[in-house]
Design a protein around this ligand. Structure first.
Ligand SMILES: O=C[C@H](O)[C@H](O)COP(=O)(O)O
Ligand SMILES: C=C(OP(=O)(O)O)C(=O)O
Length: 355
């Protein structure tokens, strides 16, 4: 159904007729019942959420590795990636917990394609009904392979369509200071990683961890799509993700020590995840393995705060612009490592952690 509304007030205080069209979407409850997860799959995801929560608190000493495409733009290459990752995950599961990045929403610095959920046909038609269904269908398939799954919650409303299938949630550098995102995080069973802000400061993410740990009441939607007061219980498993900022990396031992100090001063657990991509690699995918080796060396030399890493990886390396003639398995957002580079890096990490 389509509705028109008007928004905006002109300088004389008279409402402008800037018309906005609203296409209604099915509620999260409706989509969840149409694309239903079997009880055994829901149980698997709950167990994976708990396993990741134990890694976040330090009760499980394995390292979490969130790896996968910067953004998912087609089903076939995501399934292909998932099958490869599921095989590797079994081989390294005594030291590493591999989690697949399933990012359907992209925050943009200014403008650009906003991800499969927002524009699944990659043509500006913004068929979000299709985007929600494709995203949930893919999550069902990937979870069915036994993989724990990760996503970025960009629209605070969107996560309710997927929260039963997702084991780890990111709040990105551009939204980490947002109250609605902190409120949303406070109601999730999954751990939530708050990225440091784009200026590189830890403070915003530390405030987010504190805020998300508390209960909140805010305006939101029920599973039936009714507007209401949402009350949450607080999420004790929020943590920081260092991704560099202001043109500088922050994965090095000095920055990690500074971050540990800041967490301690704030009365929080000194648990840190590091994103090998973004400003930690200067967005050069070939630098991600170097960042990963540095992190592995820090863990080898006794750092017990680092509990997770993130890698941007696809079937094939580099990136491409969206066009009518795209290459299979190549990112349409940030440049990614290839599967071969990823497998080599993860096996190298596994070997280093065994020494
Ligand atoms: O992870 C992806 C990008 O870094 C993020 O979406 C910002 O992208 P942009 O600067 O190309 O908009
Ligand atoms: C957008 C992302 O990261 P950041 O928020 O750190 O830029 C991402 O991980 O896809």
């Amino acid at each position: 159904m389509t509705h028109s509304t008007s928004i905006g007030i002109d300088q004389s205080g008279v409402a402008e007729r800037a018309s906005t069209v609203v296409d209604t979407l099915p509620s999260s409850g409706a989509i969840k019942s149409q694309l239903k997860a079997k009880p055994e799959l829901l149980l698997q995801v709950q167990q994976q959420q708990q396993a990741i929560n134990r890694i976040v608190t330090g009760a499980d000493s394995r390292l979490m590795v969130v790896t996968g495409p910067c953004s998912i733009h087609d089903m076939a290459s995501a399934m292909d990636y998932g099958r490869r990752l599921a095989r590797l995950a079994d081989q390294v599961s005594d030291r590493l917990c591999l989690v697949m990045r399933c990012y359907f929403e992209k925050p943009r610095t200014t403008v650009g394609w906003k991800g499969m959920l927002h524009d699944p046909s990659l043509d500006g038609s913004h068929d979000m009904n299709k985007g929600l269904r494709l995203s949930r269908t893919l999550l069902l398939e990937l979870a069915g392979m036994g993989l724990p799954l990760a996503t970025e919650a960009l629209s605070p409303l969107a996560i309710s369509y997927f929260d039963d299938l997702i084991s780890w949630v990111a709040v990105g550098a551009r939204t980490t200071e947002s109250q609605p995102h902190r409120e949303m995080a406070s109601g999730l069973n999954a751990s939530v990683g708050f990225k440091n802000a784009t200026d590189g400061s830890f403070t915003t993410a530390i405030h987010s961890i504190k805020s998300a740990a508390n209960s909140h009441a805010f305006m939101g939607l029920s599973e039936n799509g009714e507007v209401g007061v949402v009350r949450t219980g607080g999420n004790p498993n929020a943590h920081i993700v260092l991704r560099g900022g202001n043109g500088q990396p922050n994965y090095d031992a000095l920055n990690i020590a500074r971050c540990q100090h800041a967490l301690r001063d704030a009365g929080l657990n000194e648990r840190i995840m590091i994103d090998c991509s973004h400003e930690n690699s200067g967005k050069d995918h070939l630098k991600q393995p170097l960042v990963l080796s540095d992190i592995a060396a820090q863990i080898q030399s006794g750092n017990r705060s680092i509990m997770g890493v993130m890698i941007e990886s696809h079937i094939n390396e580099h990136r491409q612009d969206i066009s009518a003639d795209m290459e299979y398995g190549v990112s349409v957002t940030d440049a990614c490592m290839s599967w071969e580079q990823t497998e080599r890096s993860i096996n190298g990490l596994y070997a280093m952690l065994g020494k």
